[in-house]
Design a protein around this ligand. Structure first.
Ligand code: HEC
Length: 115
């Protein structure tokens, strides 16, 4: 009986380690680019410098290879939560993911804007 309990505990431990590893691998794959694509932002925006095309081309939706100058990450984070305005307008949609993902994505935009 003792060995049986030990085996069960062993199997549970291996299972937990497996789940943690999968979660770790998944979290490692999330980048500004994948967050942007998963959030369906490409419905309106392309990022030409990164080879991302907009699904719906329109002159109203800016390409995001270079963000408007003179604003920092904090501004764009607020802008994408519809708490700030750009050209006296709020962004048409709010970002629906986590604050952490929003920051990763905005940092990525700032990074590629400099390239
Ligand atoms: C329905 C279309 C639409 C969708 C979907 C959309 N946007 Fe926008 N976005 C716009 C428009 C239009 C503007 C320009 C607004 C303006 O200039 O007043 C804009 C502006 C921006 C800007 C500022 C660009 C600059 O010039 O500095 C950023 C950053 C941005 N969007 C990011 C995103 C992200 C991230 C997503 C996905 C969560 C997204 N957008 C989804 C239409 C859209």
């Amino acid at each position: 009986m003792k060995t049986f309990k030990t085996s069960i505990a062993f199997i549970i431990a291996i299972g937990l380690i497996g789940v943690t590893l999968v979660q770790f691998a998944y979290s490692q794959e999330k980048t500004g680019k994948t967050i942007f694509e998963d959030a369906k932002c490409t419905a309106c925006h392309g990022v030409a410098s990164q080879g991302i095309e907009a699904k719906k081309k329109s002159d109203k939706n800016p390409d995001l290879s270079k963000l408007t100058e003179g604003h920092d990450a904090d501004f764009f984070i607020k802008y994408l939560k519809k708490e700030e305005t750009l050209n006296s307008k709020k962004h048409p949609v709010a970002f629906k993911g986590s604050d952490e993902d929003l920051k990763t994505m905005v940092d990525w935009f700032i990074q590629i804007s400099k390239e």
